[in-house]
Design a protein around this ligand. Structure first.
Ligand SMILES: *[C@@H]1O[C@H](CO)[C@@H](O)[C@H](O)[C@H]1NC(C)=O
Length: 227
């Protein structure tokens, strides 16, 4: 008798799981978040307004979407002076940490749609990247620390186009390469010659989804500017 009840309950459970799964496809992806990403969702990061000085000095934005509807993000990482933060001390690092976590959350969350995971494309613009970022051990230690979370989030990365890579930025990429492991295969590295990377980028991203300086149209507007 109890076996019949158990079977009955089991069937009921399975049916409700299936029905809930169909109704809440989005929630499904959210339930299966990597455990390291989960805390980003259970925080105030979705509503937190970063201070102006961070938004000004550490720019990034959702540029648009490619032909497969993949979100295209631009990270003007060459301008990101992490050494400045690290040298300001603990409070600045705590605040900046929150900023970076919000970047990770925004990029990761853009890959989760109602019905599927749509991996992101990142344009990593390394223009203006300076050697001072690499000669500070504390700054390098900070890179390494944050990369652990970034590698996990990179599961939902389709490709990263690294552009304007000067020889200092190349050194930065060499530094992170072993830490990224096989995720580094998603990185395509281009130098300072726009003719080379523009044609590559425009092969997959429609020009109206990109700013003019990346070969996009002059009337382009990003979907959302975050930083
Ligand atoms: C994730 O994106 C959805 C829109 O697709 C939005 O409604 C939701 O607030 C975002 N979640 C977080 C935590 O940012």
């Amino acid at each position: 008798m109890s076996r019949i009840i158990t079977n009955y309950l089991l069937t009921l459970f399975l049916m409700s799981t299936i029905i809930c799964g169909v109704l809440t496809g989005h929630a499904d992806f959210l339930e299966n978040l990597p455990p390291e990403i989960q805390p980003l969702y259970n925080s105030d990061l979705d509503t937190w307004k970063p201070p102006e000085h961070l938004k000004r000095n550490y720019p990034y934005y959702l540029s648009g979407f490619d032909e497969e509807d993949r979100p295209v993000w631009v990270l003007e990482f060459g301008k990101w002076n992490l050494r400045d933060i690290v040298e300001q001390g603990k409070d600045a690092v705590i605040e900046f940490d929150k900023y970076v976590n919000q970047v990770i959350l925004n990029v990761y969350n853009s890959t989760i749609t109602k019905h599927e995971i749509v991996p992101a494309i990142i344009i990593l613009d390394l223009d203006e990247y300076e050697l001072s970022q690499l000669t500070s051990p504390a700054t390098v230690a900070y890179y390494v620390e944050k990369l652990r979370l970034i590698v996990i989030a990179m599961k939902n990365l389709h490709a990263a186009y690294c552009i304007n890579t000067n020889f200092v930025a190349q050194r930065f990429l060499n530094l992170i390469k072993p830490l990224l492991g096989k995720e580094f295969e998603k990185f395509e590295i281009y130098g300072n010659n726009p003719a080379k990377w523009k044609s590559r980028i425009l092969k997959t991203i429609p020009s109206d989804q990109l700013p003019s300086w990346y070969g996009g149209s002059s009337n382009f507007k990003p979907v959302m500017i975050y930083g």
